[in-house]
Ligand binder design. Sequence first.
Ligand code: GTP
Ligand code: MG
Length: 245
Amino acid sequence: MPATVHLIIPCYQESGRIGPFLAELCEVTHALGGVTIRVVEDGSDAAEVARMRAILSPLCQQHTHLLDPLFLPANLGKGGAVYAGWDQESHADWLAFVDADGSCSASEVVRLIQLAREQPTPHTALFASRMGQFGQQVHRQWQRRFIGHVFGSLVSTLLHIRIHDSQCGLKFVPRSAYTRIAPALRIHGFAFDVELLAALHDSGCPFQEIPISWFEIPGGHVHLIRDSFRMARDVLAIRRRRRAQ
Ligand SMILES: Nc1nc2c(ncn2[C@@H]2O[C@H](COP(=O)(O)OP(=O)(O)OP(=O)(O)O)[C@@H](O)[C@H]2O)c(=O)[nH]1
Ligand SMILES: [Mg+2]
């Protein structure tokens, strides 16, 4: 039996982008077996919820491994939505998430599922990375690429954990490792990946960065200036908490 994977797609105002990506993802993961997918909609307004239901209902009928979506009553942030989805799943060997916009293709998701399944135990968390290495193509606005490099350096320097791209929207975490660290996770905004990384590292679960191809889809929610400041503040808070432990 291949290892099972539970994949969350955190969504906020994504009805304009998720459709084609989710349809393709359902097709390719159905063929693999042992994968469940759940969309977690993070407190968008009623009109957006109705649009999402219209997209998701036919896909859920067509694919049994696309589980009923979770509609959160209030906006928790990307991390809050991912954790809300992971916390509902108590059986899968792997917990994962992927961004809704399709910047990371369905075939890259499949490649990481296969890498996760090939792993011996104990498992290593897999963090996709937009380093553009090993022939992987990365198309991103130069400003996002630049801020991403700066943020990766900040994380590596302040937390003493070497990583190039902590923010890539595709990650796989062994469920057993997540269960150990979940009670200590506090950050629900865009820096949640950094806290997740630090908690995994400190709990003895290794991680590996896997270069992937990335074709940025316009319409992103991350505000480069405002969110970068918030994320830097969160990284400092993570550092303070680790030092106090
Ligand atoms: N649950 C939840 N998800 C969010 C929120 N904001 C963004 N997301 C999701 O996070 C993922 C990444 O957001 P994007 O809007 O694609 O981010 P971006 O500005 O394109 O940034 P990059 O993709 O990293 O270049 C998508 O699946 C979004 O729907 C939020 O407030 N709550
Ligand atoms: Mg994006």
